[in-house]
Design a protein around this ligand. Structure first.
Ligand SMILES: Nc1ncnc2c1ncn2[C@@H]1O[C@H](COP(=O)(O)OP(=O)(O)OP(=O)(O)O)[C@@H](O)[C@H]1O
Length: 242
């Protein structure tokens, strides 16, 4: 069953066409890789899905509902969450409080979201940072700061998680560990779209790859087929290659 449908999405910034009539369909339970050279429009697609950018043309549907014109908090409330390329924890708050901010309020009296300490611990444990809860973000190693960003997204209880460069700055062991955790999220029922420039890590993780080039759909297929696709290789020639 289709969970996310991006239908003929176009996004322009003044005269620049960042995304050009691009379509993407994600089935429930899939892990889809979205790749493309630098500046090909991947983050812009995520920003349009999350309601952070107004869509120039096209429609976006989530679980059958049209979310194209929804505000970001409405998109999140429907079960979509995004981990962005940049980490932006609040440095004056502990790891636990940073996660707590993202939990949905369950009471008009709740100031910092609705989760109990135990629930916050559970979100942290799903990404193995439960031992960091009392730390400040600036005390964490890079990989754990990235995991905190994922824990914040988990705290919104998403059905579909968009991960923008989750492997950036991680070493091989950290990438393998994070991949296993992402695979674990799928086993818990989550669907994911992953953007990353680390082709080894990404291709091992995803079921299917969609390639963007200059804002345009270039190819889609299994990781093996995409790795061997000549048009994809040509598109990457100016960049870092596959
Ligand atoms: N807010 C913005 N204002 C103007 N131009 C933008 C904006 N956001 C993105 N762009 C432009 O849109 C194009 C696509 O950028 P985008 O960041 O989506 O690419 P990307 O594939 O995510 O790149 P990277 O892999 O380098 O992160 C680029 O030419 C970029 O400069």
């Amino acid at each position: 069953m289709t969970l996310l449908e991006v239908d003929s999405l176009t996004k322009t910034f003044g005269g620049l066409v960042a995304v050009d009539d691009f379509s993407l369909s994600v089935e429930r339970g899939e892990i889809v890789g979205l790749i493309g050279p630098n500046g090909s429009g991947k983050s812009t697609v995520f920003n349009c899905i999350m309601g952070l950018y107004d869509v120039t043309e096209g429609r976006i549907r989530f679980d059958g509902a049209d979310i194209t014109d929804d505000a970001t908090h409405e998109v999140v409330n429907q079960g979509l969450s995004r981990v962005s390329q940049e980490s932006n924890p609040i440095d004056s708050m502990s790891v636990a409080d940073n996660i707590g901010l993202f939990t949905l309020p369950n009471s008009v009296f709740s100031l910092y979201g609705g989760a109990s300490e135990a629930e916050i611990r559970e979100y942290a444990a799903r990404i193995d940072i439960e031992d960091d809860l009392d730390q400040m973000p600036s005390e964490l190693p890079h990989a754990d700061v990235r995991r905190l960003e994922i824990a914040k997204a988990l705290a919104t209880e998403p059905e579909l998680l968009l991960l923008d460069e989750p492997f950036a700055g991680m070493n091989q062991a950290e990438i393998a560990e994070l991949s296993a955790q992402i695979e674990g999220f799928r086993e818990e029922g989550m669907t994911m779209v992953v953007v990353d420039h680390n082709m080894g890590g990404l291709m091992d993780l995803v079921d299917r790859v969609v390639v963007l080039n200059n804002g345009d759909f270039l190819a889609a297929g299994s990781p093996d087929a995409i790795a061997e696709n000549e048009r994809v290789q040509e598109a990457y020639l100016a960049g870092e290659g596959l």
